[in-house]
Ligand binder design. Structure first.
Ligand SMILES: C[S@@+](CC[C@H](N)C(=O)[O-])C[C@H]1O[C@@H](n2cnc3c(N)ncnc32)[C@H](O)[C@@H]1O
Length: 270
């Protein structure tokens, strides 16, 4: 298991990440790709590539014309899992184990994508600067982060919040750059990106039932919290969450939440 606490959480979820039948990670990645519009022959980098929600479509888009799709991730088990899956899918990708602050010899890219990663980084501006350093003039960057979501769902999250590993930041923290479009845009501008702009959308995330939510919550970053709930307290914490979930039914009676998604884009002009 990795020493870095964020990497340790993603090591734990690597086997099931985004693979429990809930449409969450992939639609967010698809939206980012739509904004970045990768084309044949481009060199593309995906930072915090996880299980490939961005990297695999990137590879399908750029490699036919001799392009390059490179992923980097700090979690050794994520890197193992995505490498194995890429081989199974016969996708031409290069996956590197490493930090989001890129080393000098990382290569040159036409675009850098990073979906649902920036808020985990200790120094996001240092990471963004390093991405810019590896872009060609005219190259583009796109990151996705979370926007607003239902208060009722905050109450579900609040049940687990006391168990958050102290070193793992809350992606939806209200007092952070990630709480507003302007906050994330300021990070890109601080890293000297030009033409910074934000696009937002809302994703309706729905669960078959409470048990699917429970399974899903173990397959994403929330698992870091479940792991810290003492085993004897888990049934009680789970019951509390299920009670809160009853307030989160849509007009069709389905449990879920409406998650704002923010896509922040920038360009290296020269
Ligand atoms: C929420 S997941 C998103 C994964 C992928 N981008 C996706 O959309 O499915 C966050 C990913 O960022 C990686 N990560 C977190 N901190 C990182 C860092 N400092 N450097 C590189 N990767 C990091 C994690 O290991 C994890 O795979």
């Amino acid at each position: 298991m990795a020493d870095n606490p964020v990497a340790a959480v993603f090591d734990q979820v690597s086997a099931t990440y985004d693979r429990v039948g809930v449409d969450f990670i992939q639609p967010i990645a698809d939206g980012l790709l739509a904004h970045l519009a990768p084309t044949r022959g481009e060199r593309a980098l995906d930072v915090g590539c996880g299980r490939g929600a961005v990297l695999f479509p990137l590879a399908r888009a750029v490699t036919p014309g001799g392009g390059q799709a490179v992923g980097v991730d700090v979690s050794p088990r994520m890197v193992e899992a995505i490498t194995a899956e890429a081989a199974t899918l016969r996708l031409s990708v290069e996956v590197r184990l490493g930090d989001a602050v890129l080393p000098d010899d990382s290569g040159t890219f036409d675009l850098v994508a990073s979906s649902l990663v920036l808020f985990f980084l200790g120094d996001p501006v240092a990471a963004l600067r390093s991405w810019r350093d590896h872009l060609v003039p005219g190259g583009r960057v796109g990151v996705s982060t979370f926007g607003a979501y239902n208060d009722e769902w905050r109450a579900v999250d609040a049940v687990l919040a006391p168990y958050r590993p102290p070193e793992v930041r809350d992606p939806r923290a209200v007092e952070s750059p990630y709480a507003s479009d302007a906050g994330v845009e300021a990070l890109l501008r601080a890293a000297a990106f030009d033409d910074v702009e934000t696009h937002t959308t809302t994703l309706a995330v729905r669960f078959v039932d409470e048990d699917q939510w429970y399974e899903w919550s173990w397959s994403v970053g929330q698992r870091g919290m479940w792991e810290r709930v003492p085993a004897e307290e888990r049934p009680q914490v789970r019951r509390q969450a299920y009670e809160k979930l009853q307030q989160c039914r849509d007009a069709d009676g389905r449990i879920g939440f409406d998650q704002g998604i923010r896509y922040t884009l920038g360009r290296r002009r020269a």
